[in-house]
Design a protein around this ligand. Structure first.
Ligand code: FES
Length: 107
């Protein structure tokens, strides 16, 4: 089974099983990673925002226009930001690493 790594807000890395066909958001929820995903993947929020490791960013399918629009309003946007609900695990993404963005609530 493919694996992926989440880098939590405190810098801790968590490598978890990432079943094929699940989105990064679903993988996060399965393992209790603190990624919100308020709209459950229907591209109506940006709370599933993750920052993809630069090495991996180019290997992902390009975001749809709707995703880009949502990303524009995401908090803490970075060059390799994506919406976690739009990245679906494939064999090719085995080892994918994403960071959780800074939390709005923190500080
Ligand atoms: Fe709302 Fe991804 S969960 S856009």
């Amino acid at each position: 089974m493919p694996k992926m790594t989440f880098i939590e807000r405190n810098g801790e890395q968590r490598e978890v099983d990432a079943p094929l066909g699940l989105s990064v958001l679903e993988v996060a929820h399965k393992h209790g990673v603190d990624l919100e995903g308020a709209c459950e993947g229907s591209l109506a929020c940006s709370t599933c925002h993750v920052i993809v490791a630069p090495d991996w960013f180019d290997r992902l399918k390009r975001p749809s226009e709707d995703e880009e629009d949502m990303l524009d309003v995401a908090f803490g946007l970075q060059k390799t930001s994506r919406l976690g609900c739009q990245i679906v695990m494939t064999e090719a993404l085995d080892g994918l690493t994403v960071s959780l963005p800074p939390s709005k609530k923190a500080g």
